[in-house]
Design a protein around this ligand. Structure first.
Ligand code: GDP
Length: 589
């Protein structure tokens, strides 16, 4: 075999879903049933992952067709944090995903979040509608395929299951995915299969495995092509201190081969790390007796496989970073450059003024940043780790009030940081559901904008349109006092009024039935004292006057606060603008 030979590698499968919907149990069940079916040793436990070989899957599922895949590799850590952290060349590391949804609980916030992530990363997935055994009245048949066990259920239980599935199918539809019960799906390219399962009893698990293998086989074979002798590429899953080995990295190798002695480049906190593989470690088959027996040393691993790598200089390595073997024909400089640019890509685009982002992993920082970008919220600073006082100080320096915020995803807030945030008027948003955090942030900004708008509306001159009534001239001048009918808007005291763009004078007072009032609105008939004009010369009965709205105010009203204006104010404003723009088309634009 030479290094250009190609083979199909094991597809990498992630399990996602809302907390408590059964992700961990499902992974355990798949491992458990695989072990039960396999001859001793046939299922391989890798570092951070489990491989179920194809013959074991075939024994569990009894499929009609033969599969070419070597098996399925399940990433042991379920959840979307792991999913977003694990990437390969800018995309998701997982080839396929299982979205676990509790049939009795339906879609929950993290389910929606997971769907959004899968959508964004274009990862094909199946839905495991879990806990069917908990539907009231369900009769369990351990490990049975769905059709078999479903046929044995009462009509009422069958109806309840169908209804629960329709709910899930509806929720998927609301999130932009066409879906159906897996055995009713004709084309998995356009429709998501929903497989009813129980992670507790094993029911439906054969169906789930079958759908997964089918999906991978039919739609992914191209991206599953690997060079079993090419230089290895992988993703750091975890960075761990190990006694006697120093800092090690757990790597999921998704392409090629990694051998002891290989020079590798690993993404680090600051710069790519260049080092040499000292040891490759797999979990020992033996029960753990002491540290020595925990691992087996191997000379080489071939994709896809999870392996612990011991090498010098790994202290700065990061979870989610690329791990690339420098092959015989590769230039070290080229590989380093590639790793560097991949790390830069993980980096977040920052702005002069924006919010501060903290999250638990490289991948989640990126996911939060992406979501903020979609919401058009600029980021000043984004990093991994707990929220410290330093982060609050950073947020405090933002110019815009709405950027004085820290978005903290799945991380702790140190006590002094929390105290200082209160003092510095920096708003903290904490949570473990990205889109919720963003909604909360947006609500906060909206609240501030409304408040600001109210203040502004209090301080701008509001438009009014009114007519000088016939036979209602009470005084000619100094001031002129006339009867006025307000046609639209609100007439206030102390505003300037104009006729056809010509300033007439200032409203000194407004009276209604002999009483002084501060303002008059549409439909009111009042007497108005205007200092400046003389009736008969500057002003006559029947004239239509407008309040003079300063150009800046008019612009703010039209462009920023339009939504807050009531109908009559808008009507007065529109009339005023129309008049102004007949003279100057760009007035207040
Ligand atoms: P995770 O948070 O998604 O990993 O959920 P877990 O796997 O920890 O499961 C949460 C709870 O649901 C545990 O108490 C499980 O025993 C239970 N559970 C998981 N799957 C099933 C199932 O298929 N049927 C029933 N009845 N309970 C389940």
């Amino acid at each position: 075999m030479d290094e250009n030979d190609e083979a199909i590698r094991t597809p990498i499968v992630s399990v996602l879903g809302h907390v408590d919907h059964g992700k961990t149990t499902l992974l355990d069940e798949i491992r458990g049933s695989a072990v039960a079916e396999a001859e001793a040793g046939a299922i391989t436990q890798h570092i951070g992952s489990t491989v179920v070989p194809i013959d074991v899957i075939e024994r569990i599922c009894n499929p009609d067709e033969e599969f070419d895949l070597p098996g399925l590799l399940f990433i042991d850590t379920p959840g979307h944090h792991a999913f977003t952290t694990l990437r390969s060349r800018g995309g998701a590391l997982s080839d396929i995903a299982v979205l676990v949804v509790d049939v009795n609980d339906g879609f929950q916030p993290q389910t929606v979040e997971a769907v959004k992530i899968l959508d964004r990363t274009e990862t094909p997935f199946v839905v495991a509608a879990n806990k069917i055994d908990a539907v009231p009245g369900w009769k369990t048949q351990e490990d049975a395929p769905f059709a078999e066990t479903f046929a044995e259920q009462s009509e009422r239980v069958q109806n309840d299951v169908e209804n629960a599935l329709y709910e899930i199918i509806g929720d998927l539809h609301d999130n932009g995915f066409q879906a159906d019960r897996y055995d009713r799906v004709n084309d998995y390219r356009s429709t998501i299969g929903v497989v009813p399962v129980s992670a507790e009893t094993g029911e439906g698990i054969p169906d789930l495995l079958m759908v997964l293998v089918g999906l991978a086989q039919r739609f992914l074979t191209e991206s599953l092509t690997t060079r079993p002798n090419g230089s290895g590429e992988g993703t750091v899953v975890e960075v761990k201190e190990k006694k006697g080995l120093g800092t090690t990295v757990d790597v999921l190798v998704y392409d090629g081969v990694v051998e002891v002695g290989d020079t590798v480049v690993v993404g680090g906190q600051l710069d790519p790390i260049v080092t040499e593989v000292r040891a490759l470690l797999e979990p020992s088959e033996k029960v753990e007796i002491n540290e020595e027996d925990e691992f087996n040393r191997v000379d080489r691993v071939v994709a896809a496989e999870g392996v612990k790598v011991a090498a010098p200089e790994l202290d700065d390595a990061m979870a989610g970073a690329p791990f690339v073997v420098v092959g015989e024909d590769d230039e070290l400089g080229d590989v380093t450059q590639r790793v560097r640019s991949e790390m830069d890509e993980i980096g977040v685009e920052t702005a002069e003024d924006g919010v501060v982002v903290k999250a638990d992993t490289v991948g989640s920082v990126e996911a939060v940043a992406k979501a903020l970008d979609d919401a058009e919220v600029p980021i000043m600073n984004a990093s991994e780790g707990a929220v410290s006082r330093r982060d609050i100080v950073d947020a405090e320096t933002a110019d815009e009030r709405e950027h004085r915020a820290v978005i903290a995803f799945n991380v702790d807030v140190l006590e002094d940081a929390r105290e200082y945030a209160d003092e510095a008027l920096v708003k903290l948003f904490e949570g473990d559901v990205i889109y919720r955090l963003i909604e909360e942030y947006e609500d906060w900004v909206e609240g501030m904008e409304e408040e600001r708008a109210e203040n502004v509306l209090d301080s701008v001159v509001l438009p009014a349109k009114f007519r000088v009534m016939h036979d209602h001239v009470f005084r000619q001048s100094d001031p002129a006092v006339v009867g006025a009918r307000i046609l639209s808007g609100t007439l206030e005291r102390n505003v300037t009024v104009e006729r056809m763009g010509e300033r007439l004078g200032t409203v000194q007072g407004i009276q209604s039935q002999g009483d002084d009032i501060d303002e008059a609105t549409e439909g009111d008939e009042v007497s108005v004292a205007i200092d400046g004009p003389t009736v008969g010369r500057d002003l006559k009965e029947g004239d239509v006057l407008y309040t003079s709205v300063p150009e800046k105010h008019a612009k703010a009203l039209e462009q920023e606060f339009d939504e807050l204006l009531d109908d009559t104010t808008r009507e007065a404003l529109d009339g005023y603008l129309e008049q102004k723009r007949q003279v100057d088309p760009f007035w207040a634009k």
